[in-house]
Design a protein around this ligand. Structure first.
Ligand code: DHB
Ligand code: FE
Length: 280
């Protein structure tokens, strides 16, 4: 049977992609950020996943405001990258695993999550930047991928509780897959940031540190916030944190914390990283 080895939550800022493209990992501005990632890579080298289920939000590349699914799952043989407007160099396509995708889709649908199925899906910086951080090398492709896009853009957004419950269904789906696959869940987005409006530049370190603590042992506390609480506490784009709850809902109770890292600011955002290993 497939096994979930654990999960990683990480921020996904376009400027990181540009720093990687320009080889700036050791630059004084960037070193404190990139310094968080070697431990996550070491853990991945230990647990050797075959597949990364990527829980992220699209930023107007594959879906736009005219048609916005709440939850969408990719079921393609590969996922091509394109630039949604930040000027990032395009990277090579990412291999998919259509058989696992369809199993997950069928299982979560049976669990009453009526997802949008995508047999073609373009992926933006929220998908590509975390994969480049975790498996460095522009066109290296060490894992197959299953994209799960969560709407964090066009309100109404799914509630944190709903996202946490999708995680439960996702965990059941993966663990009922008959092949011996090792699966890691990677949630991208957050932490606090607001890119527009009167509070542009808003960062809430206290709340971010609270989230980094609670996501380990008390995720239901985070799931009890409303979307409006999250906008207030983490900023309009800080609501991307709901992807972390999908990931955490799919893991065991309890999980083992392997590593965490926090650094502000990266571009306009507080960058967080958490690596959690499943107990089993
Ligand atoms: C930034 C952060 C994001 O999450 C994003 O999607 C785009 C930009 C930023 O901090 O610049
Ligand atoms: Fe974003």
């Amino acid at each position: 049977m497939a096994q979930i080895v654990g999960g990683i939550c990480t921020s996904h800022i376009p400027a990181i992609g540009n720093a990687i493209a320009r080889g700036l990992e050791d630059d004084p501005y960037w070193r404190p950020f990139f310094g968080g990632y070697p431990r996550a890579r070491e853990w991945l080298a230990d647990v050797k996943p075959d597949v990364a289920v990527m829980i992220y939000n699209d930023h107007g590349l594959n879906f736009f405001l005219d048609k916005m699914p709440t939850f969408a799952i990719g079921a393609a043989a590969e996922y091509r990258n394109a630039d949604e407007g930040w000027g990032l160099p395009t990277v090579a396509p990412f291999p998919g695993d259509p058989k696992l995708s369809w199993h997950i889709i069928e299982s979560v649908m049976a669990d009453e999550f009526d997802v949008t199925t995508c047999q073609e899906m373009l992926v933006d910086h929220a998908f590509t930047v975390p994969l480049q951080l975790l498996w460095p090398g522009r066109d290296r492709r060490d894992v197959r991928t299953v994209p799960i896009a969560v709407n964090t853009i066009q309100h109404p957004l799914p509630s944190p509780t709903r996202c946490f419950k999708l995680g439960h269904a996702l965990g059941r789906a993966i663990e009922s897959y008959p092949e011996n696959l090792r699966v890691v869940l990677i949630a991208t987005g957050g932490m606090s940031h607001q890119l527009d409006g009167e509070r542009a530049g808003f960062i809430n370190k206290e709340f971010d540190l609270h989230c980094l603590e609670k996501i380990v042992d008390e995720p239901q506390e985070l799931a009890s916030y409303t979307i409006h609480d999250l906008v207030q506490l983490a900023g309009t784009q800080g609501v991307e944190l709901i992807s972390w709850l999908v990931m955490r809902g799919a893991l065991d109770e309890p999980v083992k914390k392997v590593h965490s890292h926090y650094h502000i600011p990266v571009s306009n955002t507080a960058a967080g990283l958490m690596v959690l290993a499943n107990a089993a």
